[in-house]
Structures are given as structure tokens and as C-alpha cells.
Design a protein around this ligand. Sequence first.
Ligand code: KIV
Length: 271
Amino acid sequence: MNTNKKARKLTAPEFIRRKASGEKLSMLTCYDFWSAQILNDSPVDCLLVGDSLSMVMHGHDSTVYADVELMALHVKAVSRGAPNKFIIGDMPFLAARKGLAPTMDAVGELMQAGANCVKLEGELGQLDLIQHIVESGVPVMGHLGLTPQSVEAFGGHKVQGKSEAAAKAIIESAKRLEDAGAFAVVLECVPAELGKAVTAQLSIPTIGIGAGADVDGQVLVLQDMLGMTPNFKPKFLRHYANGHQTVGDAVANFHSDVQAGTFPNEAESYA
Ligand code: KIV
């Protein structure tokens, strides 16, 4: 049953109004047409076509394998499946680090594929670019903390901002992102106290993943929260379904019906 009471698509300025009103934002990753159709019929606020698709959909061990062409392909599929949802297109590895013209080409490709904004990891060395993208009419979502494209520099997928200095640096980065015109910031894998502190100091919303409860919204990878990979269970993740088991059971039932000759039955066959 379609229980979606919020069919109207959110807009970037509304993210900021939502923070002011205290209504939390929900965001899920989405990479393909069929799950986009399901999420389009759900009340979730917005969909992130994240570069995590490199891992979740393509089996790589990090996000650095996604490129603009791949991201645009997935954004197109999601935008066809979820016309009522605000779609965030993730700028992939190094896409914003090759100078202004290639960055703007990448932004253009994601927007023309159907994104409503772009998300960029990090802030150092990109503030002018971010400002230029914003001034070009494209809303920008920031992403701080554990920015997975820098996994090699971090030495693994580790919680960030644990020391006082590192926490201060993330707070300062977040403020600079707001000043540059970002309309929201993802905070990934930081101590809950830091999530709270950043949230208190910004007038744009923070959307946390492993950043505690005192942020303005939460994002999870769809397949993770559905329990599709039950052995992947970082501390911040909650399983809302046992997807691996459910899909596995359905496939096993199909297989045994085929073997037993009970599928298809008469009603499932043409006269
Ligand atoms: O790519 C992604 O899925 C992300 C989220 C983890 C925030 O950036």
C-alpha cells in the first residue's frame, strides 16, 4: 500500500527551513530504477545517489572506482523511478579536483542526468569551487568527517574528529561550507558530541551517518538498513529488515516450486 503522504518534492531552500522548524530530514541512498520506485512511494525525504554504489552495486572495496559517467548513469535511473523525490548526485573521486571547467562539466552531467543538487566530499581547497557551483544555480551539499574518497589518507574507514584539534577543524570546515553557500552538510562517522556541536553552530542542516542523534537528519545506505548484507554491521547501523533472509527465502521457495512442478499452476498459465 502506498502510504506516502509527502508526494511533493522537497527543494534545497526547504532543507534550511526544515532545520529552523526542527522537523528532521530522512535520506536514503538509491542507485537504481526499481528501488527508486519503491522509495518514491515512501515518505522518505530525499534520495542520495552516492558513490557508495561503487561498493554496493559494483562490488569494489572503496568508492574511488566511481566516475562521473557511472554516477550519471545511476542518477538517470533513479530520477526515472523517483520523480517525486529530491535527488542528490554525488561528485565522485577527484571530480572536483581537476580545475573549474572539468568540475563544472561533471556538475552539469549530474544535473542533466536528473540530480537536484550535487554533494561534494571535503572542503579544503574547494571553497572557491563550491561558491562558483552555488553561484551557478546548483545547490551544493557538503560532506565532512569520514569522507570515504580519502580512505587511503585516513588509513581506513575510521571515526574522524576524535581529538580536540580534529573536532575543531571539522567545525571550522562546516562553517566555511555554510559561508560558501552549501545548503546542508553530511557528517559521517564522528563522535556524537561533535555532531551536536556542528549542528548547533550552523544554520544549514546537518545530516548524520554515524554522527549521533543530535543532528538535523539521518542518512543510511538502503541495502545496509534493509539487512541485505547481514555481516556488515557497523555500530551506527540499524537493520530495519532482514532483507538477505527474505530474498533468500523467496528464491528458495521459487526453486522448490519449480522442482516440484507446482509453479506455474493453472491460474498462472495461459488457456
Ligand atoms: O556515497 C554515499 O553513500 C554517501 C553516504 C554514506 C553519506 O556519501
